[in-house]
Design a protein around this ligand. Sequence first.
Ligand SMILES: [Zn+2]
Length: 193
Amino acid sequence: MYALASEGAKIAAAPERRAVCPGCRLEVVPKCGEIVVWHWAHVALDCDPWHEPECRWHLAWKSIVPPEQCEVVMGPHRTDIVGRNGIVIELQHSAIGPYEIRERETFYRNMVWVFDGTEYSDRFVTYPKQDYFAFRWKHPRKTVAFASKPVFVDLGTEGLFRVGKFYAEGRRGWGKPWSRARFFETYLAVAQP
Ligand SMILES: [Zn+2]
């Protein structure tokens, strides 16, 4: 979403702008089409092997926080969002393998996952129990149960669901609904936009 201008400022992509990648410092070019959200792209390959193509969901999240909290470079990687007390918020839209989950958790340590559930909120059903909620998740990301750091599922307008425990490869489990406001306040130190 952001790249570095010659004076070092983080700038958003726009036609004709010139900038370098905050990670590898090589040239990036603005991609400003009508369909995909405006973004920067490396001229050659992306220097971060963990990079995934960004969708509107990613960019909607990133636009909540100021540029300094976005795509912060840590060693060879660019985080999605860095929130309160340096906690890394990993936004996961596409499939991710169990090895990659473990690798990222080991690298970032202080982190939480937010999985994109906005496309299938009707397949994520919660049932209130005594002091928690049980859930059933039809066609979950199979590897999600490998995560050992806190997992949130973004259910769009319904808010988020903080998973306490997964069973059956993520097809069921328990946890608690979280409002967006609570998440933003707890992890991002920003008010709900
Ligand atoms: Zn780069």
